[in-house]
Design a protein around this ligand. Structure first.
Ligand code: SAM
Length: 286
């Protein structure tokens, strides 16, 4: 067996994975089994089987997605932008190596091509093999896998995509630049004239600084910007935010929601833009 990283400890015969969220907050999960552990050039990639959340993808000690609640995040980051654009054909996903977002996008017959730009091929391989509840063993021919830094990839794209989904990890390491202004400027250029983008913009409770900065960047570039939310038990604070930027459309397409899902439905689609009062107040101050 490989050497355990310092965020996994054995106590009284049990493994505990502890995510070091911030100075005064650590989250611990009791683990049944370490299924996969490998160091890539970018991060330590693990798939573990936990008692309460089932199998989880863990990158450098941070839980990314789980078989118990991964669908909430993945459905929210895809179906909302895909219902903001009336005829999405070309979709770009940046990050998203667990394939949960790509899997949701393949539910749209009108989508012709999905480019998935993930920096770390090992994440995709591990999730395909050991996390099928999230990845769905994705083998749709419309998905093109591009193993490259998303920051570099978007620099050379102009007017290509209808929808861009930034499904990134937290703003540290290779994902840091995915939260910066220059990156969103390139995203804007990579979109067609009526394109729509979305990114995960962290917790309004614990990471309002990141949310604020992301929202400001997107609002300064796109004529229409909006925040929406979902509750994801795995993420610190539970409440999670997504920021959407749109070049032309300013509301969801008025058509029935007809996809097979576990979280998103017609009501969620529309009501997730209703924000809690403290978030509204803080956004108004930006
Ligand atoms: N749903 C998850 C969350 O919010 O924690 C994140 C999903 S996904 C696992 C995030 C992916 O982004 C990781 O696989 C990571 O390798 C990838 N990533 C990080 N920085 C990147 C970059 N600069 N370009 C492309 N992919 C990147």
């Amino acid at each position: 067996m490989k050497q355990l990283p310092n965020y996994i400890k054995k106590e009284n015969g049990d493994y505990w994975l502890t995510e070091d969220e911030r100075e005064n907050l650590k989250l611990s999960y009791r683990i049944k089994e370490i299924i996969y552990q490998e160091k890539s050039p970018f991060q330590e990639v693990m798939i573990v089987d936990s008692y309460d959340f089932g199998r989880m993808l863990v990158l450098d000690g941070v839980v990314q997605t789980t078989s118990m609640d991964g669908y909430i995040y993945n459905e929210m980051i895809t179906h909302i932008p895909l219902h903001f654009h009336p005829h999405p054909k070309r979709v770009l996903i940046i990050g998203g190596g667990d394939l949960g977002a790509a899997r949701e996008v393949t539910k749209y017959d009108q989508v012709e091509k999905i480019d998935l730009v993930e920096i770390d091929e090992l994440v995709v391989q591990a999730c395909k093999k050991y996390l099928p509840e999230v990845s769905g063993n994705l083998s749709d021919p419309r998905v093109q896998f591009i193993y490259q830094d998303g920051v570099e990839f978007v620099k050379n794209r102009k007017n290509e995509y209808d929808v861009i989904i930034v499904d990134s990890s937290d703003p540290v390491g290779p994902a840091k630049q995915l939260f910066e202004y220059d990156f969103y400027q390139n995203i804007y250029q990579a979109l067609k004239d009526d394109g729509v983008m979305v990114c995960q913009s962290q917790s309004p409770i614990f990471h309002f600084d990141v949310l604020k900065q992301t929202y400001k960047h997107i609002r300064s570039l796109f004529p229409f910007t909006s925040l929406y939310m979902a509750t994801v038990p795995t993420y610190p604070g539970g409440l999670w935010s997504f920021t959407l930027g749109s070049k032309k459309y300013n509301q969801l397409v008025q058509k029935p929601f007809d996809k097979q899902t576990n979280y998103v439905n017609e009501e969620i689609l529309h009501k997730s833009f209703y924000l809690p009062e403290f978030v509204r107040r803080k956004l108004n101050e930006i």
